[in-house]
Write a protein that binds this ligand. Structure first.
Ligand SMILES: *Cc1c(COP(=O)(O)O)cnc(C)c1O
Length: 427
């Protein structure tokens, strides 16, 4: 790991060019890599030697970008995936299978909720969704002997619930399981969950990390601090021989720092193939270079818009952790003292219809199923991203029918405010 500050790592970590080599991370647009002998390649297949052989498993461009994200989060190993969905799926499936149980905060991204509650349930994994603000006793009661992980989002999309990372980490660790935190919204610029006890961090890099709405992608980072061997019976996939790799045991061969990511690459990428394109990894890296500058601007703009909306007569309510009156303000100040994210949710007086009218009247801010890129965009989750949920599930996820999610971009704040005001006037 480098001892540089985060904004320096955003530019330099993960790739140090040698003499006469390209300054930018090169795009290695090749499926395959050449070897002189069959034996040399065989050693790669056995995980006996390090090197590239097929881009479905690993690619130098992607690995260098993963190494940068690893440095930003302060982890020991990381991998890119083709999407944030794949990252969350791999992160959980790497340690939980049929017959296992996972505890998740109920306030999470709609796509992740579906993945857990429908698709992974069909694979035989049971999820218990807990209120993120439950008492330690309530959280305790959710654990079962076959619980393998606890999951939450640092700032939930779109409810903007701020996770009490320490509470969830304490509970997970007292039951010998890791805490997995999706850190998409704050990014490591504003929060590094490992510093508060999280063990695995995931990202939809599609959002602020890429930052320009160019590429869908994901990342998984391991802190290297969770001791799988201390709870070996719970994690046989990491602590007993893998017959599909000639009997290697991941924790023995790769240590606590490397076992989890090596297993996810060797087994899940090999078999499921959610591999990012080298070109996409390259574009993600371009975004990462300016991440600290953009996050500061997103947060400053969102703070200005949130304060403005809060004082507006046509606005019923505003949720933004940066507002002093917000339910999660104190927790946000603890975990994210320099800012949270650029996403605000609010209700237009008049409910669902007024919200639709407001959105239709916007000109600068575009309606898009996206958040967290440079250009301001707006979405109505109840009729789009969360439409799979019934009213009770919507309520548990913190999404009311009138909720408008405004992802504040890095335009001049005066122009954003003027567009919002003009649209509100028409409602
Ligand atoms: C968007 C998002 C995801 C899913 O990521 P994709 O890149 O769209 O697959 C997961 N978690 C959070 C918090 C998100 O915002």
């Amino acid at each position: 790991m480098s001892d540089h500050k985060l904004s320096t790592d955003c530019l330099h970590a993960g790739y140090v060019p040698g003499n006469g080599e390209p300054r930018n991370i090169p795009i290695v647009q090749s499926t395959t890599f050449r070897y002189a002998t069959g034996e040399a390649m065989g050693a790669l297949f056995d995980l006996e030697a390090e090197g590239y052989f097929y881009t479905r498993l690993q690619n130098p461009t992607s690995d260098r970008v993963a190494a940068k994200i690893c440095a930003l989060e302060g982890g020991t190993a990381a991998m890119l995936t083709s999407s944030g969905q794949a990252a969350n799926f791999f992160a959980v499936f790497n340690i939980a299978g049929c017959g296992d149980h996972v505890i998740s905060s109920a306030s999470i991204y709609g796509g992740t909720f579906n993945l857990f509650a429908v698709t992974m349930k069909r694979m035989g994994i049971e999820f218990t969704f807990v209120d993120p603000d439950c008492t330690p006793e309530e959280l305790e009661a959710a654990f079962r002997p076959n619980t393998k992980a606890v999951f939450g989002e640092t700032i939930a999309n779109p409810a903007l619930t701020v996770l009490d990372i320490e509470k969830f980490a304490r509970a997970a660790h007292s039951h010998g399981v890791p805490l997995i935190v999706d850190n998409t919204f704050p990014t490591p610029v504003n929060c590094r969950p490992f510093e508060w006890g999280a063990d695995i961090v995931t990202h939809s890099t599609t959002k602020y990390m890429d930052g320009h709405a160019n590429t869908v992608g994901g990342a998984i980072v391991d802190s290297g601090r969770f001791d799988w061997t201390a709870h070996a019976g719970k994690f046989p996939g990491l602590t007993t021989p893998d017959e599909s790799y000639h009997g290697i045991t991941y924790t023995e061969k790769f240590g606590l720092g490397g076992a989890y990511i090596t297993k996810a690459t060797a087994q899940l990428m090999r078999d499921l193939g959610a591999t990012p394109a080298p070109m996409n990894a390259y574009l993600l890296n371009v975004g990462l270079e300016t991440l600290p500058l953009r996050m500061a601007r997103h947060c400053a703009n969102a703070q200005a818009v949130a304060e403005h909306l809060e004082a507006h007569p046509k606005v019923a309510w505003v949720t933004y952790p940066g507002l002093p009156g917000d339910r999660y303000h104190a927790r946000a100040m603890k975990y994210m003292p320099n800012g949270t994210c650029g996403v605000i949710s609010f209700g237009v007086k008049g409910g669902r219809e007024a919200a639709s009218k407001f959105m239709a009247e916007l000109e600068l801010c575009s309606i898009a199923t996206h958040v967290a890129d440079a250009k301001t965009c707006v979405l109505h989750p109840a009729s789009t991203t969360h439409r799979q949920m019934n009213d009770a599930e919507l309520a548990a996820a913190g999404v009311s029918p009138d909720l408008v999610r405004l992802s504040v971009g890095i335009e001049d704040p005066a122009d954003i405010l003027a567009d919002v005001d003009r649209a509100l006037d028409k409602v």
